[in-house]
Design a protein around this ligand. Sequence first.
Ligand code: DER
Length: 235
Amino acid sequence: LTQDELKKIAAYKAVEYVESGMVLGLGTGSTAWFAVNRIGELLQQGKLKNIVGIPTSKKTHEQALSLGIPLSDLDKHPVLDLAIDGADEVDPYLNLVKGRGGSLLREKMVEGACRKFVVIVDESKLVDHLGGSGLAMPVEIVPFCWKFTAYRLQRLFEYAGCVAKLRTCGENGEPVVTDNANYIVDLYFKKDIGDLKVASDSILRLAGVVEHGMFLDMATTVIIAGELGVTVKNK
Ligand code: DER
């Protein structure tokens, strides 16, 4: 099975948790894309009714609009029934790294407002500790003096051999600007960062940091699609 087929399997399984009348957090990324698509399909077939979607990015907003999914926002719906979204890393305690797609702030706001948060991944996302994949741990920061903030983040995790890099795009290396007009600094660790709550609190204490990509104790269910089948892990 290709990675895309695994993502689709996990996504479709998650949509089985959706009931008519629900207010849903709609995730962002290539796995969540399948879930949003499936919700649109069931609405069009009349198998789902009275759904309200709260998108976690402008990109998902556009996708949901094109599918005819009725949309709203957190101001009108401060408590949601269910969110479905992907993740970049999942540890054994269902803690996540998210945000490699750059949507971590709105994702964390929406998913933090949900009664249930179902995460959908293919098995390649499983890690034994967050930051262990050697891939980016995103942090959303204000553009003002971004070098100053990036340097402080790097120093904060010096013990874990951290390198902080501003996320850029295009050939001329322009900084990526998020839906919220901020920048993203990606942290790369050579060693285990240790206690996640301590790491999370120390990042958020830095003035200039908006939010980070560690989603601790937020997922209620993780659906993992692998070569040998689908595994559902509940908190
Ligand atoms: O950027 C994000 O937060 C995405 O949800 C990411 O965590 C998963 O993206 P993927 O499904 O494309 O791997």
